[in-house]
Design a protein around this ligand. Structure first.
Ligand code: SAH
Ligand code: SF4
Length: 370
């Protein structure tokens, strides 16, 4: 068994079976999630015999940091090497990039859910080499823990002179928008999110967690019935089947009508929590004629639209439209009175679209071994 995939209830049941007092499970999880220790020996308020028994029964593994890109207080990318040698990424994005030199305290962490992706969207680096495997619950949970641990170690060394303690937490929001299709790894993801949401675990509110999907209709309906109030982002990228089909093969299985009905169901169950992601790709989906069907869908679902200029991916032919074209697309939507934002920041020079750091590292490793 793996400790970072245990809920409080599950661990309590195991420890009760060992004849341990009821408070023990909480103590163990506090070491893992509040103190973020990586060794059983560090859990000094547990009897040695119990630590040994736990170590024999549960794996306490941590992600290994292979590479980190970007400076403190800017968007940073973490590449993790998993136990089987696979790589996945997490991206830490400050809420207010430190334009004037002050540190940003709120951050959004973008986590991965699979190694590779089976859905093969034509523009995406994550799907380029297909799907390898689902991440385990603990591998999703540990992206948060490992980033927090890294940030704490960094601020401890930065504050070494003053002795000021590191902030308790840097991550306030989570987006499930890294590598992989989250809803294709439904059970492991949902369990990870329960742990990340729990007061004894990551302590991140469900409303601060956004799950992004390319549009898996049955799972959207299932998620709608889940009691936790996660936010949902739909990677739309095309407002008609003709446009969407060109770039997202998943649209053949779940065309827009079915997707929109599932979104309506989600919305009925949970309130207004849907965002449409729309990457702008030059000559593919950025014509102003696309804005009318897009605005109609957004109005029907009371959804907000996030426009994102395409990030170039090495080896793929797609281009980002000019700034003027992006602004014109935004203006056309605003004229139709739908809430809409355009991502303008330049944090994309570090391969900010997920999947790209992994791809580059894999290619470099392959070149070296040749
Ligand atoms: N599989 C899920 C979540 C991971 S992808 C999904 O597709 O929603 C997260 C977001 O990044 C998606 O909206 C995806 O379409 C977008 N994306 C992928 N490649 C991109 C690129 N090169 N530039 C900009 N956005 C990209
Ligand atoms: Fe997979 Fe999402 Fe990339 Fe599509 S955009 S290939 S679903 S990770």
């Amino acid at each position: 068994m793996v400790i970072k995939s245990q809920t409080l209830e599950e661990l309590s049941a195991v420890l009760a079976g060992w004849g341990e007092p009821a408070y023990r499970a909480g103590q163990v999880l506090a070491w893992i999630y509040a103190q973020r220790v990586t060794q059983w020996e560090a859990m000094t308020n547990l009897p040695r015999t119990l630590r040994e028994k736990l170590a024999a029964q549960f794996k306490l593994t941590s992600l290994e940091l292979a590479r980190v890109q970007g400076a403190k207080d800017t968007t940073r990318k973490f590449l993790w090497r998993l136990a089987d040698g696979s790589f996945v990424e997490s991206v830490l994005i400050p809420a207010n990039p430190a334009l004037y030199g002050e540190a940003s305290d709120r951050h959004t962490l973008c986590v991965s859910t699979q190694v590779g992706c089976a859905y093969g969207c034509r523009f995406c680096a994550s799907g380029l080499e297909g799907w390898k495997r689902n991440l385990g619950t603990e591998e999703i949970v540990d992206q948060l823990l490992a980033v927090e641990r890294h940030a704490a170690a960094e601020s401890r060394s930065a504050n070494a002179a003053t002795g000021e303690p590191p902030p308790e937490k840097v991550v306030s929001n989570l987006v499930i928008m890294g590598m992989g299709e989250p809803l294709a790894n439904y059970d492991n993801l949902l369990k990870a999110l329960r742990i990340i949401n729990a007061p004894w675990g990551g302590g991140i509110g469900a409303r601060k967690i956004t799950i992004s999907t390319s549009g898996l209709v049955p799972q959207i309906r299932k998620l709608a019935d889940d009691p936790l109030q996660f936010r949902l982002a739909i990677s739309l990228h095309g407002a008609t089947n003709a446009t969407r089909e060109k770039i997202m093969p998943v649209n053949r299985k779940y065309p827009i009508e079915q997707l929109v009905e599932a979104c309506e169901y989600y919305q009925r169950q949970k309130g207004r929590m849907i965002t449409f992601e729309y990457i702008l790709i030059s000559g593919v989906n950025d014509a102003l004629t696309e804005t009318a069907p897009l605005a109609a869908l957004a109005k029907r679902l009371h959804a907000k639209i996030n426009l994102i200029p395409y990030n170039l991916v090495e080896g793929l032919p797609w281009q980002r439209p000019t700034e003027a074209q992006c602004e014109a697309f935004l203006a056309a939507l605003e004229k139709q009175r739908v809430p809409c934002t355009l991502r303008r920041e330049k944090g994309h020079d570090i391969d900010a679209a997920c999947g790209q750091l992994r791809l580059r590292t894999k290619r470099e490793l392959a070149a070296r071994s040749r």
